[in-house]
Design a protein around this ligand. Structure first.
Ligand code: ADE
Length: 215
């Protein structure tokens, strides 16, 4: 894997390497000029099958499924905006995959590009150890993680749940699944609604409901 950083200003034509200009129609802020971007994309991709991404708050929301999609492309080119945004003709000419990392506005696309890269690169086989990658198969991703503990067994009068010290792998698996379901139900009910649940999951959710009723 190779990452190359390109400076948009290297593709400007004037002496001052200007890449932005005032918006037609007036208003605050500056707009990224189309030519440096069109030229940069043409020179960098050189006809290779490159998947072009524009980082903007107007893009489709970035999530794990998008990272799984991106990791399949042999070449990615991420274009970071600054200022008020891109001249619309960049979109018309290049039809990029526009991605937003969340409903907030940053000063530029650089941090979003790093976020997208990090989430995507860790999916390349061999980047994570086997044990980690196994934990993050698509089924596990549908739920939030279960609580984790490490030594010591008691700290500040707080104990590790007994089941985790039992050595009973089946009980531990069940407990973890149940706590993942509990946490997801409490914190992210939207994820739970989207998740593909097994028979066992439904049983465990039933138990969680009953505990609430009796507690
Ligand atoms: N550029 C500025 N804010 C952004 C966001 N939230 N996502 C992607 N690119 C951006």
């Amino acid at each position: 894997m190779e990452i190359v950083v390109h400076d948009l200003r290297a593709f400007a034509h004037d002496r001052h390497a200007i890449v932005d200009d005032r918006p037609y129609g007036g208003g605050a802020g500056m707009v990224l000029k189309p030519e440096p971007i069109l030229e940069a994309v043409a020179r960098i991709t050189q006809g290779r099958g490159t998947h072009l991404i524009l980082l903007t708050p107007q893009g489709r929301p970035f999530e794990q499924a998008v990272a799984r999609e991106l990791v399949e492309h042999p070449h990615l080119l991420l274009v970071c905006g600054r200022y008020e945004g891109f001249d619309e003709r960049v979109r018309e000419r290049l039809c990029p995959d526009e991605i937003s990392i969340g409903d907030y506005v940053l000063t530029g696309g650089e941090l979003p590009a790093l976020v997208v890269l990090d989430a995507t690169i860790r999916l390349i086989p061999g980047v994570l150890g086997d044990t980690d990658s196994a934990r993050y198969d698509s089924f596990m991703e549908a739920l939030l993680d279960f609580p984790q503990y490490t030594r010591p067994p008691v700290v500040d009068k707080l104990s590790v749940p007994e089941v985790l010290l039992s050595g009973d792998h089946e009980r531990i698996r069940r407990w973890r699944r149940k706590e993942a379901l509990r946490r997801t139900k409490t914190r992210r009910p939207d994820l739970l609604r989207r998740a593909e649940l097994t028979e066992e999951d439904r049983r465990l959710l039933g138990e969680i409901e009953e505990e609430k009723g009796s507690g």
